[in-house]
Design a protein around this ligand. Structure first.
Ligand code: ZN
Ligand code: ZN
Length: 278
């Protein structure tokens, strides 16, 4: 009994100049995935705008080429993606796009589309970011209005982009996780059980299970040895009684919704149409 794929891993493309944030190359992650018996692997380095984000479009093109070669070398199916960052301001401002930094051209090339929130990026004014983070994380007693805005931001991300799964939902931001998970599920989007971050509470996970939400269990590995390590996700599965039928990469391959993912799995190149999930 095993997980068949790991769809959230980082490589040396997550870096700041010479300072590496994650330790392994794409090939090393792929070799580790092969040793762990995985059939599929996604490389999802931090997106544009993150302090350790991939260094622009040329770097993403290189990442994609590394994925192609590593797939040939190891026999593990590899998808090239990014960890795209949600701009929570989009929950109240229609003129702000849900993703920070990910331009449409890059979006059209992602073979798997992950969306999630990370603190301290994107907004032009650090002070806004500090205030947001303070309200959401330090005090942790957000107003109902703030929760509504953050929830709306996640929903816009689901509506406006071909998101395949939401990474560490509610980490560093407080939204209505259950409402978002149900909304995501109705649109074919998986909720991640992240291997490194405790972002979802047991009662939220139980409510999601009751609503039939489907999950994807990922390592969020930042070093090759951690690829395929689902220990934390499995502890949540056991603690919250998540049935394995609701875990999309347990003993089966998940059915991600984006057109690019489907074509990449079929071995064709495809182009994501930003609107096509409505
Ligand atoms: Zn990271
Ligand atoms: Zn990550």
């Amino acid at each position: 009994m095993a997980f068949w794929g790991d769809y959230h891993t980082h490589t040396t493309y997550s870096r700041n100049g010479r300072k590496l944030h994650a330790k392994g190359t794409v090939l090393q992650n792929a070799q580790s995935a092969a040793r762990a018996g995985l059939k599929e692997l996604a490389v999802t380095d931090h997106g544009y705008g993150h302090a350790y984000g991939i260094d622009g479009r040329d770097a993403f093109a290189a990442l994609k080429e590394d994925c192609r070669r590593a797939e040939q070398a190891t026999g593990v199916k590899i998808y090239a993606g990014l960890e795209n960052n949600l701009d929570p301001r989009c929950g109240k401002r229609a003129d702000i796009k849900p993703f920070i930094g990910t331009d449409d051209a890059t979006l059209s090339e992602l073979q798997i589309v992950q969306g999630g929130y990370h603190a301290f990026i994107g907004t032009p004014f650090m002070i806004n970011n500090m205030m947001f983070w303070t309200r959401n994380v330090i005090f942790g007693i957000p107003t109902r209005k703030l929760v509504q805005r953050n929830t709306a931001a996640y929903k816009r991300m689901i509506d406006e982009y071909p998101i395949d799964f939401i990474g560490h939902l509610n980490r560093g931001i407080i939204a209505d996780a259950v409402e978002i998970a149900v909304y995501a599920h109705e649109r074919g989007v998986y909720i991640e059980l992240n291997g490194r971050h405790k972002s979802l509470k047991p009662d939220e996970l139980r409510a999601m299970v009751a609503a039939g939400v489907e999950f994807i269990c990922n390592s969020d590995a930042h070093r090759p040895e951690s690829v395929g390590n689902m220990t934390y996700g499995e502890s949540l599965i056991k603690e919250c009684g998540i049935p394995y039928e609701l875990v999309a990469n347990w003993e089966r391959l998940p059915d991600f919704r984006s057109r690019n993912f489907k074509s990449a799995r079929a071995g064709k190149s495809g182009v994501n149409v930003v609107d096509d999930q409505r």
